[in-house]
Design a protein around this ligand. Structure first.
Ligand SMILES: [Ca+2]
Length: 338
């Protein structure tokens, strides 16, 4: 805005006023556009008290798996017992472009510091209801995983203090490495001291215009704190929301109090619309996921083949032309000689 104002300096008084009006109008339009970001709770993708019919009736929007237990107060993914796995999965695929998932959770147990585990995950994935090694759900998933990892498996920790919240996007070829707490595949994350708290704990996953942000509210102050912010995260639509947790030698109660999914209505400029095309495989800009490399390499190999092929054709063509010119010249010089 300042740049527009500066440019109006030196113009006539009338055009200066016109400019300031244009600036005011632009400011008003911007603020109105910002106000137009509206939220709608989507009940078909939300899970909240008293979880009526969850998992039990055929009309339920959520399916249960493994050790999960539904009470009127919480959905307990795992109890504070060794070697359990549990999950809850939305039955409805989500086709929203821009959304926000508010996760109200509680992690608590008897284990003293660092003698608890393993944590839980929130999913937005192609597949659902598949048990596995990543916090009770399958590895090499296709989509987004957000992990609340309460136990540091990697002996040598680098700057990361646990419990640790992180996010990962996989196209199915990328594996979560449990022994390294997913350090090599994380998009980013933050420390979040979430265990055994007396107040409510939340985090929010926001996905707007291909930008993935995670914020946490775990201090009981009703304030969102930044945790992760990554642009250019391309997630297909039609995936499923889910939550899963696992315990091993160490354990915790992993409770989901609510999952609230909001549709966000966001204005896009034509340029943004062009940039934000529908995708069918998850990817992150400026980040090579395995499986994508092969594709890119074979494409560049093909391009190299084309270049060599057309160069050869060109060389042969030039050679033939030169031969014809030489023959003509030779013939005419012979005629001249006789
Ligand atoms: Ca871990």
């Amino acid at each position: 805005m300042a740049a527009v104002g500066e440019r109006s300096v030196g113009m006539s008084c009338r055009s200066g006023r016109l400019w300031s009006r244009v600036v005011l109008l632009a400011v008003w339009m911007c603020s109105t556009a910002a106000d137009q970001t509206e939220e709608y709770l989507k009940r078909e993708h939300s899970l909240s008290k008293p979880y009526q019919g969850v998992g039990s009736s055929s009309s339920s929007l959520w399916d249960l798996m493994g050790s999960v237990l539904v009470t009127p107060q919480y959905v307990r993914l795992t109890p504070d017992l060794q070697s359990t796995q549990g999950a809850v999965w939305n039955r409805m695929p989500c086709y929203l472009r821009d959304w926000e998932l508010q996760v109200h959770f509680k992690v608590h147990g008897q284990g003293k510091k660092n003698l608890n585990g393993d944590g839980f995950a929130i999913w937005f994935t192609k597949d659902r209801m598949q048990a596995g090694s990543v916090f009770g759900s399958k590895n090499n998933f296709v989509g987004l995983g957000v992990f609340v990892d309460t136990y540091p498996n990697e002996e040598k920790q680098h700057e990361r203090i646990f419990p640790y919240v992180s996010a990962m996007v996989s196209n199915g070829s990328l594996s979560y490495d449990h022994t390294r707490d997913g350090r090599s595949t994380e998009l980013g994350g933050c420390t979040a001291m979430v265990r055994n708290l007396n107040h409510d704990t939340f985090f929010v996953i926001r996905y707007v215009k291909r930008r993935l942000t995670i914020m946490i509210d775990i201090d009981g102050k009703q304030e969102w704190k930044d945790c992760l912010d990554v642009a250019g995260v391309r997630l297909p639509r039609g995936y499923y929301f889910g939550a899963s947790a696992a315990t091993g030698d160490l354990s915790d109660n992993h409770d989901i109090i609510s999952l609230k999914l909001y549709q966000l209505t966001v204005e896009r400029t034509p340029a943004e619309e062009k940039m934000d095309k529908e995708v069918f495989i998850p990817s992150v800009d400026n980040m090579k996921l395995p499986g994508m490399d092969d594709h890119e390499e074979s494409m560049s190999g093909f391009a190299l083949f084309l270049i060599i092929f057309f160069s050869l054709i060109g060389m042969i063509f030039v050679g033939v032309i030169l031969l014809i010119v030489y023959n003509k010249w030779h013939e005419s010089s012979r005629k001249h000689f006789y």
